[in-house]
Design a protein around this ligand. Sequence first.
Ligand code: TAP
Length: 517
Amino acid sequence: DLLIRTLREGSGGAGGKQVEYQGFQLKANKRDIRVPTQLFINGEFVDAEEQRVLDIINPSDEQLLCKVACASPNDVDKAVQAAHKAFFGSWKQVSARQRGQLMLKLADLMEQHKEDLATIESVDSGAVYTLALKTHIGMSIDAWRYFAGWCDKIQGNTIPVNPARPNNVLTFTRKEPIGVCGLVTPWNYPLMMLSWKMAACIAAGNTCLIKPAQTCPLTALKFAELTVLAGFPAGVINVLPGKGSDAGQAVADHHLVRKLGFTGSTPIGKHIMKSCADSNLKKCSLELGGKSPLVIFADCDLDKAVKHGMSSVFFNKGENCIAAGRLFVEDRIHDEFVRRVLKDLRSMTIGDPLNRSTAHGPQNHKAHMDKLVEYCQQGVAEGAKLVYGGCRVPNMKGYFFTPTVFTDVEDDMYIAKEESFGPIMIISKFNGSDVDSVMARANRSEYGLASGVFTKDISKALSFADRIEAGTVFVNVYNKTDVAAPFGGFKQSGFGKDLGQEALNEYLKTKCVTIEY
Ligand code: TAP
């Protein structure tokens, strides 16, 4: 480990506040990057209680990348106390407009360091570098800039209530921050999940602590360093890598945490909601799993349907919460669709995610990859037709899983109902003259995160958008998300939106003030 010192930007080294941390030097992608490996609490990098650590593995070569401090419940408590103090202290002194300026400064620093951040993300999570740069990091920066703009535009209403004659009454509402917010995020887009939640949370005037996924916390720690350089007061943002069952649970249970923003699986979401209720009835929002249907009608632009159909499943190696978990392809074009998908798959470059020509990198971690192998075995055992992949990439080190295609999938099969979270395309046929039946099949899921339809018939597309039970609908496109558009699921995909103006409400409370005069 190295002791790394970073000077506060613009301090010129004289009299400026310094941030020091234990870290490691990542030499990758022709870069030399300093990455903190300690917890970030109250504006400082510190060791975890009892020097507990997590092993961070590079999924491309299965080698140990570094060891990172692993937060205990006591560490979580320290971060919550710091965030609580900041919320009622230094952060209160920062005006809404200054808050926006700080967020913009942070976004600029993220932009300046975007190649470093994308390199770290690629090495830590297996994301293909080009995608990490554009989506993982690019959309993170967008989120900070978008929400920075909201800071001084969060306002209440003046409400015409019945006066108490002969007196008059003035009633108005104030939109206030909730307090200390806990954020718990998954491993598929580490910095982007952090940014989607934290930018809205901070814009609304809260303080926070985040527990990123234990498998890939490195961009969150580099981000923590940038928050110091941007000038955020100590305690406003705290970053605590750790285990969900331990540190994550402590966040959900803590009495001073007033809101929990969670993205992850449905079973853990249910468990967390109970913890939120039992502890102090903290508010929670849950972005959970999905099994999103994509319906492809024969009257579509087939080239486009194949291109987006591929990315609906294989984008970010399938580790994409809105991935199309099930494709319904009209029988008239089914065979041609499958033929074209297989042709594209055969030419897909699998390999080192840092290589610019790579299209498909390793899965995030070993347990996930092993589950994908089992998932495919179950599909075969139940009689679905495995037409491509279904196994690890042979003779290759790293957690590389071959992009996979199943056809002839029946509605009651395990692979038709359960999310894989991996690069596995599940195709079923439907009869185009029976739209009611395919709609019913598309909706026959306890999930309701996203959906998609390909057709040139505008009535069919709009009717699909009306009838589908999902929080996101894509028409003749897929994966087209934007920081200004609300994002979140229905049914057991959770509730509460990330992104867009609606996300602010997740981190605000409304106070109603009535004055008689
Ligand atoms: P989870 O196992 O649910 O983990 C998510 C986060 O929760 C991780 O940080 C995890 O810590 C933590 N956690 C685990 N147990 C906890 C507990 N008892 N209390 C508090 N925190 C706890 O999900 P995952 O496997 O990382 O991610 C895959 C799932 O996330 C998929 O189902 C996917 O669909 C969903 N997902 C949804 C979305 C949206 S926007 N809806 C986006 C991305 C992913 P560890 O790191 O220790 O596991």
